[in-house]
Design a protein around this ligand. Structure first.
Ligand SMILES: *[C@@H]1O[C@H](CO)[C@@H](O)[C@H](O)[C@H]1NC(C)=O
Ligand SMILES: *[C@@H]1O[C@H](CO)[C@@H](O)[C@H](O)[C@H]1NC(C)=O
Ligand SMILES: *[C@@H]1O[C@H](CO)[C@@H](O)[C@H](O)[C@H]1NC(C)=O
Length: 534
């Protein structure tokens, strides 16, 4: 039953080939501080970040500093890259004080190998994704599900600014329910919502652009790269024809930590953003490009496991979690007195003010933002799947409680189980609270409406809720779609977990075995239908 369900759900927008990827685990944070050597090179950054990767990180860090770092907080010792994003705070509305929200389990940086001739990041390459100053969402109603990807081009939603806004996600975690899709919700939900729906916190997601013009950087740190027309998949603009590794960051924040319970207030990112629309992240490569290219060329397993990549294991074991957590960068002297994760603070680090609206958020000098790059038509030549259909995201679903298997390690098969119990709420110590969390990227589709399916009030789990292991699945809706002469019937079945966005699937299933099955069947289905990949 389960397999049937998964097969039928895995219908829209499949990729025709197995999606190879690996999941770089960076269990340690090297520090939390107002440092950002890309945007604020050589000086104190405007807002705080949580940083992962090489200990060579710092205000003036360049490639050689990263590679010269003596450790990395990621599992692969050859990865001396730096990965950083704003960190999260809770603003208590009674006291007016800020407290850091504990980050759970470090960062996962997915290296998705998508598109043709994927190129390793060259020496000195760096980029920013997202827009610090954005406080609005201009690609439709942010509280509704995205329209199907196949409609984006027709809806004129494939400009770089549009894609960038869809490249951020706030995943509401409740391990007793089905996982939400990645990049499903583009705004930071409020505390009322997270209290009611997200007992295991929020997972912040960020897809990086993967189309490239060959530059190492650019004035705005963005325009040397561009999104393909489906954010994480699709066609590159004719200005950026080369394909880099597609990076996807995940960090988990314990918004339900004991110290926030029963309190009213709001979550706010270090850049003063309570909307989530200004979420962003930075990447600076610290790889030897030849080594990384070898990994890109040979790590073609779709398990996502670092251990399935011989390049990473041939020179000794992966770094242990303890080793990853020990690695710290040196706090710059000028910031020695500033503790960005002090228990309570009267203001955000750097005195950042909360900015809720776009008016107040635009800086005087004008922040770069997305210049819409012309994108080659998305649906030409059968390269992407022209499914002109819409199927509702099941919004209210039976929420059968299932104890999700808790494990202490990342699962094979692309699952990354998040153990809800191991978070230590009151310790914003980015190391002690590790929790194996898990996610499964794989390829998937886009069920959704072309108009609006509210993703707000109903239930937290947008896709169908999970059920108990062994429970059977029920059909609750069927639908026939026609596209390019291909008629398909979609059968929506009940407790399956599925995903809407981007060929990037999150599946949370009680048992590992089921995940494998799901993946197998996804592949099988592709073959059956001869779907073209993005
Ligand atoms: C990928 O490389 C092959 C072989 O060099 C070449 O024929 C092809 O055009 C390349 N594809 C792209 C999209 O650059
Ligand atoms: C919190 O968010 C929910 C869902 O978006 C919304 O319905 C509600 O009005 C919000 N509450 C507050 C206090 O903003
Ligand atoms: C791919 O990964 C799976 C799961 O870890 C493993 O069983 C399989 O042997 C790997 N395949 C290859 C070709 O390495």
């Amino acid at each position: 039953m389960a397999t049937k369900t998964l097969t039928t759900l895995a219908i829209l927008g499949m990729s025709s080939v197995t999606e190879a990827f690996w999941r770089m685990e960076c269990r340690g944070s090297t520090g939390v501080a107002r440092v950002d050597p890309i945007v604020d090179f050589g000086k104190v950054s405007g807002h705080a970040h949580t940083v992962h990767g090489s200990s060579g990180f710092g205000m003036g860090a360049a490639y050689a500093d990263l590679t010269g770092g003596d450790c990395t907080s990621c599992a692969v010792k050859q990865d001396k890259s730096a990965y950083w994003t704003p960190n999260m705070y809770f603003l208590d509305s009674e006291t007016g004080e800020y407290s850091p929200v504990p980050q759970v389990g470090g960062m996962l940086a997915y290296y998705l190998l998508r598109g043709d001739n994927v190129t390793a990041f060259p020496t000195g390459f760096q980029m920013v994704a997202g827009s610090n100053y954005r406080r609005d969402y201009t690609v439709g109603d942010p509280y509704s599900a995205d329209p199907p990807q196949s409609n984006w081009a027709a809806l004129k939603q494939t400009g770089q600014s549009d894609l960038e806004q869809r490249a951020v996600g706030f995943n509401c975690l409740d391990y007793k329910k089905a996982a939400e899709p990645s990049l499903y919700r583009h705004y930071l939900p409020n505390k009322t919502f997270t209290d009611a729906n997200c007992p295991d916190g929020l997972r912040l997601e960020l897809m990086f652009p993967s189309c490239w013009n060959g530059g190492l950087d650019s004035d705005d740190h963005k325009s040397h790269v561009a999104y393909p027309d489906l954010v994480g998949n699709g066609n590159c603009p004719d200005t950026h024809t080369q394909r880099l590794v597609t990076l996807f960051f995940e960090t988990i924040w314990d918004t339900n930590a004991a110290e926030f319970q029963g309190k009213s207030g709001s979550f706010v990112m270090s850049n003063g953003d309570r909307t989530g629309f200004g979420y962003h992240g930075d990447f600076m490569t610290g790889w030897d490009p030849e080594f990384l290219q070898e990994a890109v060329d040979t790590c073609t397993n779709d398990s996502g496991e670092l251990t399935d990549c011989g390049v990473f294991t041939s020179n000794g074991p992966l770094l242990s979690e303890a080793e990853q957590r020990e690695c710290k960068f040196k706090t710059p002297l000028v910031l020695a007195a500033e503790n960005a994760i002090a228990n309570t603070m009267t203001e955000l680090p750097g005195g950042v003010q909360i900015q809720d609206g776009p008016e107040s958020a635009t800086p005087p000098g004008g922040n770069i933002i997305d210049q819409a790059t012309s994108v080659i038509g998305g649906i030409l030549g059968g390269d992407s799947t022209p499914t002109t259909t819409s199927s509702s995201i099941p919004s209210s679903t039976p929420s059968t409680s299932t104890p999700i298997a808790t494990t202490s390690s990342i699962q094979s098969g692309g699952a990354f189980l998040e153990n809800p119990t191991s978070a230590t709420p009151s310790t914003p110590d980015f190391g002690a609270d590790d929790v194996p969390s898990t996610t499964t990227p794989s390829s998937t589709p886009t069920p959704s409406t072309s108009t609006s399916t509210s993703i707000v009030p109903t239930t937290t789990s947008a896709p169908p809720a999970t059920s108990e292991p062994g429970v059977s699945y029920e059909v609750y809706s069927t639908q026939t779609i026609t596209s390019t002469g291909l008629v398909e019937e979609i059968i929506w079945m009940q407790p399956v977990v599925y995903v809407t966005e981007d060929s990037f699937t999150t599946v949370t299933l009680p048992a590992q075995q089921k995940v494998r099955k799901a993946r197998d069947h996804v592949v099988q289905h592709r073959h059956n239908h001869g779907r073209r990949g993005y």
